[in-house]
Design a protein around this ligand. Structure first.
Ligand SMILES: [Fe+2]
Ligand SMILES: [Fe+2]
Length: 169
């Protein structure tokens, strides 16, 4: 798949995982909890958002495009770290702490993705064919290392199932 399309599609999945957290947070606010469901969302966020998606950006895409805006890439890296810290607060926090961290994470990730989509789109025409091929190969390697035989569409199926399960909580 074309690298830009792959990033756009993954951003949709990252947002869906963040929306799952928001749905869970709403239930928490109503006094309902289910640690198993929260663990599943956190596991998905770690494997897909952090290891797979941010892994592709940090190990392959950012090094290829950093010359076009060093300051922006440094800011994006900081936001990845902040997101990771907020996920830790969702894991370890009190109920109010979890709710607040989920709200901050949602705002962070939405703004982050808008910035990335614009920047990646600007960089798209600037990469040569060789660089695009190298990116695709690096993305494939990261997919098989992190997701194994799974794929982005497996993540979307899991998100849908969890969405329905959280709705019933
Ligand atoms: Fe990112
Ligand atoms: Fe991204």
């Amino acid at each position: 798949m074309d690298w830009l399309k792959e990033m756009y599609e993954e951003h949709c999945a990252v947002l869906k995982i963040s929306n799952l957290l928001a749905a869970y947070s709403k239930k928490l606010g109503e006094g309902r909890e289910d640690q198993g469901k929260l663990d599943e969302i956190l596991e998905m966020s770690h494997a897909f958002t952090e290891l797979c998606h941010h892994g592709k950006e940090e190990k392959a895409l950012f090094p290829a495009i950093v010359k076009h805006d060093k300051k922006l890439v440094a800011g994006l890296m900081k936001e990845h770290a902040k997101g990771k810290m907020l996920m830790q607060a969702v894991r370890d926090g009190t109920r109010d702490g979890k709710i607040s961290a989920i709200r901050s994470y949602g705002a962070l990730i939405r703004a982050h993705i808008v910035k990335e989509n614009n920047f990646f789109n600007d960089c798209y025409e600037k990469l040569g064919d060789g660089e695009c091929r190298a990116l695709s190969a690096a993305f494939r390697r990261i997919n098989s290392a992190v997701l194994g035989k799974g794929s982005g569409s497996d993540i979307l199926c899991r998100v849908e199932k969890l969405e329905a399960a959280i709705e019933k909580m």
